[in-house]
Design a protein around this ligand. Sequence first.
Ligand code: SF4
Length: 464
Amino acid sequence: MREAPITLYPAGSAGRPRPGWLARVGQAMQAHRRTILALQWFVVVAYLTLLVIPAFMPLPPEDAHLYDNLRLFAQFIFWGIWWPFVMLSMMLLGRIWCGVFCPEGSLTELASRHGLGRPIPRWIRWSGWPFVAFVCTTVYGQLVSVYEYPQAALLVLGGSSVAAVAVGLVYGRGSRVWCRYLCPANGVFSLLAKIAPVHFRVEEQAWKASPERRPMVNCAPLIDIRHMKSASACHACGRCSGYRDAVQLAARSPAQEILATRNRDVRTEEAFTLLFGVLGIATAAFLWSSSRWLVQMKSLLANWLVEHDILWPLNDDAPWWLLTHYPAANDLFTWLDGFCILAYILGGGVAVGLIVLACIRLAARMAAAPDLSWQRLSLALIPLAGMGIFLGLSMLTLGHLKAERVSLEWVAPVRVVLLVLGSSFSAWLGARLLRPTALRRLAAFALYLLPIALIDTIWVLNFF
Ligand code: SF4
């Protein structure tokens, strides 16, 4: 759908300040929809090329490099560049990836423009989807080694894209029902965007006062723009920039949204996605392959199975779409491997999540502030969670660079700096929310710091 250009501070708005450069960037996004569309279709073509072709290529030879082998190149682009830096971009720029670049978003929106246009059913609106979809995709991706094999990437990413198109074909009209409710990354993206220092700001007073009566902008992720307070759901597509002289791209403090959030704005499902999904299960998913505990658990169980003459769990005959199965690469998971990985990720993730939850709940209760629920306090951990997920995903980037013999001496100090940044920002946010002036509040703050220390310890033990 073509939308008429919207002017920021149109004729008659004398006395309004000249828009800053960020607002002008937002205006440019609004005015140059064709350029953004061209960019989106370029990303769609690149995405499909890198997703499909490598899945039908043989294993790369020993001396292959990521610059001369499409399979390795695609692996590096998807897992070494795309995912870690998309996560980082959420914290720095909000969800601009979703609104401007994401191939799934573009495909589902296009499908929805030509589809059945049915109303969105209640089951799709269920607020638990972001958590469930994130956990299921994370765990399944590890079982099929999504980072290593293009067949698995085609199954996981391609499956998600097909589902996005299917949802677009059935529900909504020119909207992104998939992105708003079902995308597996939606929960994490919407959490990380809360600390982005730029957002599309809506001024309700200006909205009300504006004489403009244009038709409403088509906001693909179905946001009630007039009342938008959070960057969580906004895809930063720029379509509404300048609308009614009330919306503009603007800078803000990265702490602003979390400090301004009210108890009733934070759903328990959102807090669960953060505590159990990102801090728990995602962290465990990054660490299982280097865990000594997992090796010990596996050998204990294997011995027990052999002693009891139960041998089928030691077979490696599972299909590749269920458990990693690549004989040519000598990479075959047994049923026991699958069980141990599942137990490590889910067990470890839930254990970390429970510890963090207990500390946060107790801290919020000790603070005894009616305006501070544990759900709201948990949001203060977003910077640490964001850094954790970036550091975890960047391990794949570094693995590729190491294979290319790139010097990685700079990595350790950079990791320390990022961890310190994330931890201290989370600690500062916690202090602002808990206001530890009296003894009771100080104790609550000390309790709040425990999960930060726990997550830092996990990463430090892994890295050093
Ligand atoms: S509110 Fe909607 S239309 Fe406006 S920038 Fe965000 S996603 Fe785009």
